[in-house]
Design a binder for this molecule. Structure first.
Ligand SMILES: [Zn+2]
Ligand SMILES: [Zn+2]
Length: 423
């Protein structure tokens, strides 16, 4: 029997996947608050007889920023993982040897977005929505648990199932890594899926190398001398200083970075002043920096602070920059990407496996792929005929649930082939 036939999803499992996805979709929980979702995951793993550890990464430590950065940024409260991380493990029983260990990841958190879809399974929590497809990711990994736990006699080694909290900015993966998920037994490779509206069910995309960007933030605090708008000579105008810094920052990528390289510097907010006739004492800019290469990241961190400080100095003001490093770039390992591609082609057909171009968004799986080789694939969940065209993070994002079975099959096939299963 071929791998594709062997991984045919029975109708009752397919129905269960759709129902479960809707259940999770209707009860979205924000980052590090995924208690109900975590309980649902644990309940299902228990029913399947899959061993798991709960509360993984939930020891309350700051997730990925160093203590001195947190202090410098004046962050008073910092999210902890909330104790919702779950690590399941399906162990092979073939008995031919020790075998390897492969980790598959799903994220469980929703976004602070009001859902604009009018569907029976619409979010029942105002202001919260599964707009990034993590309801599908979690459901798919539960489906994988079911498929693989029924095939343990075909492989040795084990499959670790990582259900992580706080993907949307909290670095839940880091807390789980700190808590030892990559050890005992030590993980050889890691894979994950992320939904995309750009492809339809039955299609996946992937690409080797940098795939999601390092996503950092900065805040520039300008201090001058406030006063009356009609007596500018007695003041140091921080609004004007901010304007000069803003324009100068846009020259960093344009004039200091090799045009062949990729980097983004965006100033997203600029706050100064309270009234038309007052020159403000202080002003503030915040923005984000996206890069793939560590040396460019270091360079921009240094130059943003230098530029802000020296421009402010030229205007007799001061500027202090706080730079917060977010997720590192996510690098898909070339060998693991080629491997995943070959498995996807075997399962879905060559025509349905596409090249996935890099994007400048951040992705928490980056922390896992820093430690072990692996790859993230994009799973087609779009359907233009049904109006399912909106991208993740959009209030009208929704997914074609035909993709659930595809996701289960792809991840199961990758794990089975990686463990050299008899399939
Ligand atoms: Zn997202
Ligand atoms: Zn996401």
């Amino acid at each position: 029997m071929s791998l594709a036939n062997r991984l045919e999803i029975p109708a009752d499992l397919d129905a269960w996947l759709r129902e479960t996805r809707r259940m999770i979709h209707m009860r979205p929980e924000l980052l590090c608050e995924e208690h109900e979702t975590s309980e649902l995951v644990q309940k299902h793993l228990t029913e399947l007889g899959v061993s798991f550890r709960k509360g993984v990464g939930g020891d309350g430590r700051p997730l990925y920023m160093s203590p001195e950065i947190i202090e410098r940024a004046g962050i008073k409260t910092f999210p902890t993982t909330g104790g919702t991380g779950v690590l399941g493990e399906v162990r092979g029983t073939r008995g031919k040897g020790d075998g390897k260990v492969v980790l598959l990841r799903a994220d469980m958190d929703a976004l602070p977005i009001e859902e604009a879809n009018d569907v029976p399974y619409k979010s029942q929590t105002p202001g919260k929505m599964h707009a990034c497809g993590h309801d599908l990711h979690t459901t798919i990994l539960l489906g994988v648990a079911e498929v693989l736990s029924g095939m343990t006699d075909t492989f040795d080694g084990s499959v670790k199932l990582m259900f992580q909290p706080g993907e949307e900015g909290a670095g839940g993966a880091v807390a789980m890594i700190h808590d030892g998920i990559l050890e005992n037994p030590s993980v050889d490779a890691a894979f994950a899926l992320h939904v995309t509206s750009e492809l339809t069910p039955g299609n996946v995309a992937l690409g080797a190398g940098p795939h999601a960007a390092a996503a950092d933030t900065f805040e520039i605090r300008v201090t001058g001398k406030g006063g009356h708008a009609a007596f500018p000579h007695t003041t140091v105008d921080t609004t004007l200083v901010c304007a000069h810094i803003l324009i100068a920052l846009q020259t960093l990528v344009a004039r200091e970075i090799d045009p062949i390289e990729t980097a983004v510097v965006t100033v997203g907010t600029m706050h100064a002043g309270t009234a038309h006739n007052i020159i403000p004492q202080t002003a503030k800019l915040t923005g984000t920096v996206r890069t793939y290469k560590p040396e460019l990241r270091d360079y921009l961190e240094q130059r943003i602070a230098e530029m802000a400080a020296t421009i402010a100095q030229g205007f007799r003001a001061t500027a202090e920059t706080v730079y917060l490093r977010g997720y590192p770039p996510m690098i898909n390992d070339p060998e693991m990407t080629a491997f995943a591609q070959s498995v996807a082609e075997e399962l879905l057909g060559v025509d349905n496996v596409h090249y996935g171009k890099p994007m400048m968004a951040g992705e928490d799986l980056a922390f896992v792929l820093e430690k072990v080789p692996g790859c993230m694939l994009s799973l087609g969940t779009g359907n233009p005929e049904r109006g399912l065209i909106y991208p993740p993070h959009h209030p009208r994002f929704d997914a074609d649930e035909d993709a659930l079975a595809v996701g289960v099959r792809v991840l199961s096939a990758i794990a089975l082939r990686y463990l050299d299963a008899d399939v």
